[in-house]
Ligand binder design. Structure first.
Ligand SMILES: Cc1cc2nc3c(=O)[nH]c(=O)nc-3n(C[C@H](O)[C@H](O)[C@H](O)COP(=O)(O)OP(=O)(O)OC[C@H]3O[C@@H](n4cnc5c(N)ncnc54)[C@H](O)[C@@H]3O)c2cc1C
Length: 192
């Protein structure tokens, strides 16, 4: 049963979405002493089992290390120093590590990254609300943006200093940003 009253909450940063972006942001903010709340529409099991990325670039690995969530990554991740390109019966090795001054690609599933980040955030006391539904963002162009949502049958009104829309291209936050306030950045390479 839903309690018709709306409960008021307050946080510094309201984060929508517990994918890698939202979870890593929450981790970095928490370590910087900044209070945040993560709202995720799916349940924890679904988020932790969602198959997506399989390889991590060096910058991602460095960031996970800096956020102190890399223990399992260090022990279970597979380092790839290069690739082989085959053309017209000839195989050529591309030594990525030598060509980039030591950068490698690490094979470590996004499911594992997600599990590591959820565990680290929860054990640090970060508030991740799974199965938060009807998430909506208001007043995004003011200094008191708000998130409204339903959790465990209760409606909430979360006042924030900042809202971080980490809910992906098809999420709700993008549609809440006032028109003319979105800058899109894209780099198109002349090859594929
Ligand atoms: C098949 C596949 C393979 C890939 N392989 C690689 C790879 O090898 N290497 C690599 O670096 N990248 C890869 N990617 C890309 C990588 O998966 C994405 O860049 C990454 O998932 C983006 O993370 P994110 O947190 O921004 O968004 P997402 O992972 O999409 O997370 C968004 C979160 O927001 C939640 N959400 C959405 N709407 C709402 C709402 N209304 N209310 C509350 N919560 C909401 C979603 O449930 C989700 O948990 C791959 C992607 C796919 C699909």
């Amino acid at each position: 049963m839903i309690d018709v009253g709306v409960r008021q909450r307050r946080t510094q940063v309201g984060i929508v979405g517990s994918g890698p972006a939202g979870l890593l942001l929450a981790r970095l903010l928490d370590r910087a002493g900044i209070d945040c709340v993560v709202l995720e529409q799916r349940d924890r099991g679904y988020v932790e089992a969602r198959i997506r990325a399989g390889v991590l670039e060096q910058g991602t690995v460095n960031t996970l290390r800096a956020a102190d969530v890399s223990d399992r990554l260090e022990s279970a991740g597979l380092s790839h120093n290069g690739i082989n390109l085959s053309l017209n019966g000839e195989r050529r090795h591309i030594d990525l590590k030598a060509l980039t001054g030591g950068k490698v690609v690490t094979v470590y599933g996004q499911t594992e990254v997600t599990r590591d980040l959820i565990a680290a955030n929860l054990s640090a006391g970060v508030d991740i609300l799974f199965e938060a539904t009807d998430v909506d963002a208001q007043n995004l162009d003011t200094d008191q943006p708000t998130l409204t949502y339903t959790h465990a049958g209760q409606h909430y009104h979360l006042t924030c200093d900042f809202v971080a829309g980490c809910d992906g291209y098809h999420g709700v936050c993008r549609t809440c940003i006032p028109s003319g306030k979105i800058n899109e950045y894209e780099r198109a390479y002349p090859f594929a």
